[in-house]
Structures are given as C-alpha cells and as structure tokens.
Design a protein around this ligand. Structure first.
Ligand code: F0G
Length: 457
C-alpha cells in the first residue's frame, strides 16, 4: 500500500491565499485585541478556525445548485432534499433550517421547559446555550476516559450509561424530556460514539420512554470510525452504518455545514407527528416556510448531494487519514494532543503545552495566538475563554475544512506547530480587557501579560 495520502479529487477552481510577514502579524494581532475571531480572514494563511461551512463543494453539488427550484412552497429542491435526508436518517419529518443552532432552538423550545434536564455526551456550546435559554439544565455525561486528553480509547465520545441511569433516577423521568448523543463528540475532541453505546443509550431511553435525539453534525465521520474500529462493522458501508445508528433514535438536529459538505444549511428531524407540527409552526415564525426553512432552493440541492458524498468511502478514508497524519506527526515530537486524533480536528492540550501559563491566563488563547504569529495559522481555543472557570481543559482546536487543504498545507501546519513547540517557554499568557455577558469568546478583547516578574509587582 502506498503511504502517501492522495486526495480523492482534483482541483478545478482555486482561491489564492495570502502570506503576511511576522511584523504584519504582530500588528494584526494587536489590532484584533489578541482574539483570532476578530482577524480579517484575508490575513490568515491556513484557516483552521472551524470545519463548519468552510468545505469545498464538488462538481456534482455545483451542478445540482443550478437545478435549484426557488419556489416559495412545495419546491422540487425540497423534495430532493427530504428524500436524500430520509434515505440516510430514516425519520418521518424533515424540517430544513438555516443551520444547526436553528434546529436546536426549535427542538428545545418545543420539547423543554424551565427545570428540565437534558443529558448529552457533551453539549456543543450552541446546544448548551439553547438548552439553557429555555430554562433547562444541560448535563454532560461522557465516559470518564473522554475527559483525559492523553488516554487512548477507540470511542471516547461514548456516554456513561450508569451516569445516565443515575441522572434519570435522581431527577425523575418527567424532568428529562429527551436525551441527546453528539456524533462525533466535538467538544470532547471530535471523538466517536460506538454503535454498542448508541444501542445501550437507546435501551435506557426506551425503558424510561424518553426520546433519543442525535446531534448529527459529523455523522459520516462517526460512521467511518465505527466501520474501522468496531467488531462486526468492517464490511458494512458507512451509509449502512449511519442508517443503523439513526434507527435507534427518534430524531436529530443537523448542521449541514459539517458532514453536509455545504456552506450553509441544516435540518431537524422527528418521527413524531405532534412535535413536527409544533416545530413547523415555530419554523414559519422565524426561519421560513417548511419547504425551505431559511434556505434557498439551491442550498437544499447542495445539502441533498453533500450528505451522500460525505458517506463515500474514499472521501472518508482520506479525511480521517489526513487528520490523523497531522495529529500523529506532532504527537511523535512530544506535542500533547487529545488522543487518539479526532475526525474533523486535532486538539492540542494547551495546559500541557504551556505548563507555565495558568488557566486564568488563557493558555489556549496564548497558544492559538502564537501559531498565528509564527505562521499565519488560525485555530480556536476551547477552554477557559470559551467556558469560563467551568472549563475542565484548555484545548486549541485545529479543525480541518473538508476537501480544502492539500497534504503540503498540512505539512506546513506541522512545521509551524513544531517551531512553536521548540520555543514554548517564551509564550506568555493573556488577560481580558473586555467580555460580553454570554458566549464571550467571540468578541472578547485581551492583552498580553507582562513578564511574570512584572506581574508580581
Ligand atoms: N452541534 C455541534 C456538535 C457543532 O459542532 C455545531 C457547530 C453545532 C451543533 C451548531 O451548528 O454552527 O450550524 O449552528 N459547530 C461549529 C464548530 C460552529 O466550529 O465546531 P451550526
């Protein structure tokens, strides 16, 4: 077998990226208040801020977009979208939304009320915010292995079944309107959930008559991990695995900006007629008519094709191998990462990378800024800035946009990370100079702290 990862596509349209000099980047960092969200994207060479909405579409998707039917009601594009979603997900009602969080807001508004409790393996930040917005509590019940960055486990995204049972017993079944499983577990390192765990969670839910919903953003990557890591699934196709997984649940939310291979879009699915009606009523209020849900007909076409392409085995093989290549390469030089490499991203453990920077001085932000300073790479902190003092880890996520960067781009990223690793002792922490009352990481302003001696005086 050749060892080189060959991208299973060739490039038909190119987008220039721009070099900046180190002095320019110093100035740009200052102007962005040391918050990479505030940088103009043109000043970024390799943008690993997110894998959401940043993918490259295929010729088939662009061709399908020309077939977009922009009728307000009952468009052909909706039918194609619904059929494609139903073939994979299997749920009766498919409700388009402009992205994942719109599906979340509608789902939790309809299913939850104040005082309720929603268990998840790990809530993504918008999911948590939408649960809390309706007055419910969001509980993260990932298995203990999922909280230890350096520990290797094939399915670190699994939910702790005993903890789920205990939560339902102590809170009372009537306070738990639904259980959610995030596949893959983004906030926990892009780690997959096994089919065995899906079945076990589903069994607990069925026993207590609690609906199970998937946060399905990265369902295709999760399916591929099941195929390559779980006994009995080796000869199944990723699509068959996805179909089986979803049959253990009652519905899902989806951001098609990830494994939908689209730049915008999402959906909410349920098999419950009463809920679907309530959800569509809310949809009309803020998103749009139920056959477009805030999307153009052409967007529905792109998603209809994209969710199918994301399940192609050659694509998934390249995708997972390319992410693992980045992770394994830097780890082999001692860089502490969440192990094993995730599906869509590599997460560097910033507390271990910069042990001299305490969590209160945002080691994740300090490291992300240094990667930009050194080589124009943009990543994102998932830690104390994002979650406040509740953060259990300070991670820097390098999320890989789908089908966008080549092997040489990834090699360059490796080089820059290793250069920063060599001079890690010089990297300093930061302090906040402005923060918004919620989701503060998007707009926070920071400033570097002076040398430790100066801080003490
Ligand atoms: N659930 C998960 C697991 C996610 O990763 C995201 C988005 C959402 C829900 C919300 O979807 O952005 O379409 O509204 N994650 C992006 C990220 C933003 O960078 O990880 P959305």
């Amino acid at each position: 077998m050749p060892r080189t990862i060959v991208e299973p596509f060739r490039i038909k349209s190119v987008e220039p990226i721009r070099w900046t000099t180190r002095p320019q980047r110093e100035q740009l960092l200052r102007a962005a208040y040391y918050n990479l969200f505030l940088l103009p994207a043109d000043d970024v060479l390799i943008d690993l801020l997110t894998d959401s909405g940043t993918g490259a579409m295929s010729t088939h998707q662009w061709a399908a977009m020309m077939e977009g039917d922009e009728s307000y009601a009952g468009s052909r594009s909706f039918e194609r979208f619904r059929d494609s979603v139903q073939e994979i997900f299997g749920y009766k009602h498919v409700i388009p939304t402009h992205q994942g969080r719109a599906a979340e807001r509608i789902l939790f508004s309809v299913m939850c009320k104040k005082g309720d409790v929603v268990p998840n393996n790990t809530h993504f930040d918008t999911t948590r915010a939408n649960v809390e917005f309706v007055g419910a509590e969001a509980h993260d019940l990932v298995i203990p292995e999922g909280r230890q960055p350096s520990l290797k486990h094939p399915f670190k995204g699994n939910m702790d079944i005993a903890a789920l049972e205990t939560l339902i017993q102590t809170m009372g079944r009537e306070r738990v309107p639904l259980v959610m499983l995030t596949v893959t577990n983004n906030s926990g390192g892009g780690q997959p959930v096994s089919m065995e765990n899906v079945k076990a969670v589903s069994a607990v839910c069925r026993k207590h008559r609690i609906p199970l919903y998937f946060d399905a953003c990265r369902f295709a990557e999760n399916s591929y991990f099941i195929k390559t890591r779980e006994r009995g699934y080796e000869s199944k196709t990723p699509k068959e695995i996805a179909q089986e997984m979803f049959c253990y649940g009652d519905g899902c939310t989806m951001s098609a900006k990830k494994d939908g291979l689209a730049n915008i879009g999402g959906f909410l699915c349920t098999s419950d007629d009463v809920l679907a009606q309530q959800e569509k009523n809310l949809l009309i209020l803020t998103e749009g008519y139920p056959t477009y849900g805030g999307l153009a007909g052409r967007d529905l076409e792109a998603v209809a094709v994209g969710i199918q392409e994301a399940l192609h085995e050659d694509y998934l093989e390249y995708r997972i191998a390319s992410t693992a290549y980045l992770g394994n390469h830097i780890a082999s030089h001692g860089v502490p990462i969440v192990q094993p490499p995730g599906g869509h991203a590599i997460y560097i453990d910033a507390r271990a990378f910069l042990p001299h920077v305490p969590p209160g001085l945002f080691p994740g932000v300090a490291l992300a800024n240094e990667l930009y300073h050194e080589g124009g790479i943009r990543s994102v902190e998932i830690g104390t800035l994002m979650f406040g003092a509740a953060a259990k880890m300070d991670l820097v996520r390098l999320a890989i946009p789908r089908r966008v960067y080549t092997q040489s781009h990834i090699d360059y990223v490796v080089e820059i990370i290793l250069a920063v690793w060599e001079k890690r002792e010089q990297v300093q922490g930061l302090r906040l100079s402005y923060e918004a009352p919620f989701l503060r990481h998007f707009t926070a302003r920071l400033e570097p702290v002076a040398a430790p001696a100066a801080v003490r005086t």
